[in-house]
Design a protein around this ligand. Structure first.
Ligand code: AQP
Length: 354
């Protein structure tokens, strides 16, 4: 790997990869390849934290894992220069998560808003995995001692928890860490969230106050990366708006969440500022803006959808990418786990890392 800083990020294979995942995460994954060593993970162990009705069962999980991998490659991630793999192939994720379970505090997890949202009213019936999701996420990142994590706005709180876990581990084991040769006592780095670009939080097309999400019951709430031109056109034309024309100034988008969202999507897809977009469309009706947005979305997303379709038709190729990526990820993970086990005081054999 060519650079000094390491990026790690993941996407869950829970189906319906959408424009929010693309603009909030994948576009930035592609950019980071130019400046960092990157590890991009299809986090299949996270996917099973919700009910089987959400992740769809074994056949769907495998299908969605290949689809997310195809999306990564179709969007421009190079699995030869960087690492692309699925989480469950590297045992270190689960093993480090266990150690972190013994570092993280229940009070910290109780504050996680995503658990509250996803568990809903039936908290007692949520899986322990869903509650523990942020600890596994900390393990994902710190297993590679990654320093930077490109994510959407919704993951900021989890990233803060990863930093707290890294810090507490470094404090709890400070003497042991020093004895292991880390004179500054810092074994795990404190990972930085990279929340970049104009679309860090893409909202639902049906309700501008809710984030666009894979698990929204309405397919009209999101643009899927696999949607064809007709589906994109229908969804954008039906997207909720308000009766006012578009404002000419960005501050005119305040308290107009749906208009703000559509202008934000246009800006992100065309690499322009919202103000610049409003200079062109401000004062006009939504219908002509929506037509331009349909055209833009189709021109940006259709090539990706086409390439995804081609890649998914060759599962053997995708599996080779994931197996090769996992082998390279495991080699890095084993180094961290060997040191971590020594630091914690676990006895291990000398012949292998375990
Ligand atoms: N609406 C969004 N806007 C911007 N970024 C988003 N991300 C997700 N939704 C938006 C970012 O996409 C990356 C992958 O997310 P994930 O699949 O691991 O899980 P998630 O955040 O829980 O995504 P979803 O789509 O909302 O799934 P469900 O419905 O299952 O909860 C992350 O970097 C995330 O920030």
């Amino acid at each position: 790997m060519a650079f000094t800083e390491l990026v790690f990020s993941g996407v869950q294979p829970t189906g319906n990869l959408h424009l929010g995942n693309y603009l909030g995460a994948i576009v930035n994954f592609v950019k980071m390849q130019e400046t960092h060593n990157c590890i991009y993970c299809v986090v299949d162990m996270h996917a099973i934290t919700q009910g089987v009705d959400v992740w769809g069962g074994p056949t769907e999980l495998a299908r969605n894992t290949r689809e997310v991998t195809a999306a990564f490659i179709a969007a421009g991630i190079d699995p030869k220069k960087h690492i692309v793999f699925n989480q469950s192939q590297v045992a270190g994720h689960a093993e480090l998560a266990w150690i972190f379970n013994c570092v993280a505090r229940v009070g910290w997890l109780n504050r996680m808003t995503q658990f509250k949202e996803k568990a809903g009213k039936d908290r007692e019936n949520a899986s322990i995995g869903l509650y523990d999701y942020p600890v596994l996420m900390a393990a994902d990142i710190l297993l590679y001692r990654a320093t930077h994590v490109p994510v959407g706005e919704d993951q900021k709180q989890h990233l803060e928890l990863s930093r707290d876990i890294a810090q507490k581990f470094n404090n709890d084991f400070a003497d042991s860490i020093r004895r292991s040769g880390f004179d500054d006592g810092l074994f795990f780095p404190l990972p930085e969230p990279l929340i970049m670009g104009p679309a860090t939080r893409v909202m639902s097309l049906r309700d501008g106050t809710k984030k666009m999400s894979k698990s929204d019951a309405s397919d009209y709430s999101r643009i899927n990366l696999t949607d064809d031109a007709d589906a994109i056109a229908q969804k954008i034309r039906k997207a909720k708006t308000d009766p006012e024309p578009l404002p000419s100034e960005e501050k005119g988008l305040e308290a107009r969440p749906e208009a703000d969202n559509l202008v934000g999507i246009f800006a992100a897809l065309s690499a322009r500022s919202k103000q610049d977009v409003l200079r062109e469309f401000g004062g006009g009706q939504f219908s002509s803006f929506k037509n331009a947005l349909v055209e833009l979305c189709v021109s940006k997303l259709s090539p990706i959808a086409g390439e995804m379709k081609r890649l998914v038709a060759d599962p053997a190729y995708i599996d080779r990418v994931l197996i090769d990526g996992a082998d390279r990820a495991r080699a890095l993970a084993d180094q961290t786990m060997t040191k971590t086990k020594d630091i914690v005081g676990f006895i291990r054999g000398q012949t292998g890392p375990w």
